[in-house]
Design a protein around this ligand. Sequence first.
Ligand code: TYM
Length: 325
Amino acid sequence: MRRSLSGIQPSGKLHIGNYFGAVRQYIALQEECDAFYFIADYHAMTTVTNPDEMAANCHDVAAGLVALGLDPEKATLFRQSDVPEVAELTWLLSVVTPVGLMERCHAYKDKVAQGTVASMGLFGYPILMAADILIYDSNVVPVGQDQKQHLEVTRDIAGSFNFQYDSEVFILPEPYILPDVAVVPGLDGRKMSKSYGNVIEIFGDAKETEKRIKRMKTDSTPVEEPKDPDTCSVFALFRLMASADEREEMAKRYREGGVGYGDVKKRIVELFFETFCEARERRQELESNPEMLREIYAEGGRRARAKAREVLERAREAAGIGRGL
Ligand code: TYM
């Protein structure tokens, strides 16, 4: 059976960009793949420096994923740092990774431009990500568009290692990116991202969520004038959650004129609560049973670690590490 694998950083609260861009695909793939999904706490260390915040975020994201529909009976759910083998593999991969490959990575350049300290951890972030993927013999990696380059780098690194040691140690993974939701826009039309402050949190306070949606900036085109659905950030959010029929109908009304932004925003609020109502309730229930959540992730960690040990051993063997004495 093919393995699907993905990770999500505990660097803040889950938002609908995470959901439509990635988590919904995790859930679909758990039905047909041997699915591995993890909380990327080692990666989050590059931006989250407060240990209590790290712990709280890990709990939050872990609970959120289960509430949204990741099923521990079908998928292996775990925390990245419960498999420390991944840090060793990062080293083995680092020695076959050219510095120039890292220098070309957009995510690093963007984060530094936004003021994140340019640590070696941030610079080598894609190598840790490659290790995450390769250590579980992953075939398919569901992600949003912003991770596409990291997947290409992963394939490059896997190829370099296999070539260097004349081996077939690593499987080259395929990204799984759905074009329609590859870049989910935020409240201001730019990509939805914690660092832009334009997110709709999935489990945020209901009143606050409604207020944020209704405060979205719009242009001053009068209600009766035709509008272009393809360039409107209100429509971009609406289309994520509306059915195909409703989407088409609304696009037609946009083009004909007669739609007020206020009405569309009201509909987005309704759709948001329809889409996430069940998950929000389940998230509340999980709060009363932290032991169950801990068990789910501990068990997942054990399973993931067993697989990781096997693949790491293959890599060590190929490189001649741990032999000769
Ligand atoms: P992270 O934590 O930033 O985001 C988690 C997932 O959500 C997707 N995403 C989006 N998709 C569409 N539109 C958006 N606005 C949007 N915002 C976020 C991301 O593409 C991602 O799939 N480096 C990864 C975590 C990671 C990982 C891995 C992923 C670590 N190791 C191994 C896959 C495989 C990250 O920072 O995702």
